[in-house]
Ligand binder design. Sequence first.
Ligand code: AMP
Ligand code: MN
Ligand code: MN
Ligand code: MN
Length: 275
Amino acid sequence: MKVDLHSHSTFSDGMLGPEVLVERAVQRGVDMLALTDHDETGGLVAAREAAAAWGIRLIDGVEISVQWEAVTLHIVGLCIDPAHLPLHEGLAAIRSGREHRAQRIAASLAEAGIPGSLEGARRYAKNPELVSRAHFARYLVEAGHARDTNAVFRGYLTPGKPGYVPHQWAELAEALRWISGSGGVAVLAHPGRYPLNQQQCERLLEEFIGLGGTAVEVVTGSHAPDEFVTWARYARRFGLLASAGSDFHGPGEGYRDIGNVPVLPAGCTPVWTAF
Ligand code: AMP
Ligand code: MN
Ligand code: MN
Ligand code: MN
């Protein structure tokens, strides 16, 4: 069975609409797909219909932006109920905070000599409530400031670089309450990507588990293969289920296409055993 439990559509910063995304997953042999848009579940209706028509399993998902101490974390919720009111309202509140943040990102870029980025980013954002740094990155490539979006994030939009602004996202406890309260499974997304040392990672995992988190992404487009092994070990040690997903955003962007998800290392208990 081919599984991909992390992907994005135009409802957040993906480049394909939910129907086209599902069709691409089908063509690439995916049997079980989760759509996990940032702070948004609006694409799930169309994705579910498309998945039903193609005969694959669609997992209702979301990727929630969280501020934990000095670090922004992403928590993926799988098998969530998008109609669960606290989740629905919580996500709406996060999205409304993105507008002011986008203005501040644009002001920071303007100060660095790059005008017009808000309008530029908005042209890439199909969902006006969800302008993400990925949209700014696409505009910065278009305007000739970097070769591709990966290169953008080396010079811009990250801590200490032009276009970075700190932002108060949801709290970890809130995000986990919304996910668990809606019947979902909470997954710590791409843990290898956070600027945390081993001791801080352990503290995060303990807190995450204490708040009801049950899974960690072991295989993701954000991890190098040696990190699959590292995080498989953390998963076993902490009794966490293991998730796997491409984090696909669009053709030619990022490291893995949809469905290009290596099998979990031996010894992992797959998160889908809990679905
Ligand atoms: P935001 O939620 O607005 O902070 O935007 C986060 C999104 O920007 C991520 O989901 C990715 O799509 C993209 N992104 C962030 N950091 C990087 C990076 N280092 N390389 C490539 N894309 C990134
Ligand atoms: Mn993204
Ligand atoms: Mn993420
Ligand atoms: Mn993602």
